[in-house]
Design a protein around this ligand. Structure first.
Ligand SMILES: Nc1ncnc2c1ncn2[C@@H]1O[C@H](COP(=O)(O)OP(=O)(O)OP(=O)(O)O)[C@@H](O)[C@H]1O
Ligand SMILES: [Mg+2]
Length: 273
């Protein structure tokens, strides 16, 4: 008989996410190994580690793209409840207010920029499938409102003039913004960003730092990011968790992480490979 899940959460009132004893194995590889850390509300929280450390896998476990081998993932939802995300469907996680971008931008090249952003809003499209198909007034009104919302998000990110252009062929920096815009259509309480600065030049990276700050304030949400650009991580994160080979190395403020011996060794070791 399946064991009854009797786990209870220990999230403090100012905490939004707790990853508790998380593990996932791929064959013999322990990609994430008994990892525990907690994010506070409104933090900009960084997850760092050498290539292959397991960072994207942690994100894939939280968002249930992967089913973890063990552990609990407690999340304070946009309804104010605290739920264990283990076993939920990917689209349910988005509805609860946890949204993400991907390390390798995932957009539909054949669709316009605004339609890619509207895909993010699809989960909140309330009109029934039939009324959408018949283009009944309620469905038309809802679609108009969502388009306006998508335009204002694109405007906020400075790319509204590109809204009708196809996503395919746009520069990488623009595609990253479109993905970000998509997350903002989902009433996010927690936004997960997998290497948002990858492929951006120095100026774009500086703008991104500013954008991440203003998104946190304007949308009143928490940001959880993986990033290799240490200058960006150290300048914008309130708190950082460093991992290597799927295990926790250190957890602390940017300066604590910078001065941590195990973190320095893990990065030096990775450079020598
Ligand atoms: N679906 C999978 N099947 C098998 N192995 C996987 C799978 N996903 C990830 N891995 C392995 O798990 C380990 C961690 O990979 P992951 O992509 O999480 O690393 P990362 O820290 O995000 O690295 P990077 O900084 O290069 O993006 C790697 O050894 C990778 O090959
Ligand atoms: Mg990765």
């Amino acid at each position: 008989m399946a064991e009854k899940n009797t786990a209870v959460h220990t999230l403090a009132p100012d905490e939004i996410l707790q990853v508790k004893n998380l593990s996932i194995n791929f064959g013999g590889l322990k990609a994430v190994d008994d990892l525990t850390f907690t994010l506070k509300e409104k933090e900009i929280f960084g997850l760092i580690g050498p290539n292959g450390a397991g960072k994207t896998t942690v994100f894939n476990c939280i968002t249930q793209f992967y089913k973890p081998t063990a552990g609990e993932i407690w999340f304070r939802t946009n309804k104010g409840t605290v739920e264990n995300l283990i076993g939920k469907q990917v689209h349910d996680i988005i509805r609860l207010g946890l949204v993400r971008t991907f390390q390798n931008v995932e957009l539909i090249r054949e669709l316009s920029i605004i339609d890619n952003v509207l895909i993010g809003a699809h989960i909140d499209f309330k009109a029934s499938v039939l009324s959408q198909a018949l283009k009944l007034p309620k469905a038309r009104r809802e679609e108009r409102e969502l388009r306006q919302q998508a335009e204002s998000v694109l405007d906020y990110l400075g790319i509204v003039e590109l809204k009708d252009q196809l996503a395919g062929g746009q520069p990488y920096g623009i595609l990253k913004k479109v993905e970000l815009a998509r997350t903002l259509m989902c009433q996010p309480r927690l936004i997960i960003l997998d290497e948002p600065a990858a492929g951006l030049n120095d100026v774009e990276t500086e703008q991104l730092a500013e954008t991440i700050h203003t998104i946190r304030d304007k949308y009143n949400c928490t940001i959880f990011l993986v990033e290799h650009d240490m200058r960006l991580v150290m300048s914008i994160c309130n708190h950082i968790c460093a991992i290597s080979f799927g295990k926790l190395l250190a957890n602390g403020t940017p300066s604590e992480i910078q001065n941590n011996k195990s973190v320095q060794e893990a990065y030096l070791g990775a450079e020598e490979d």
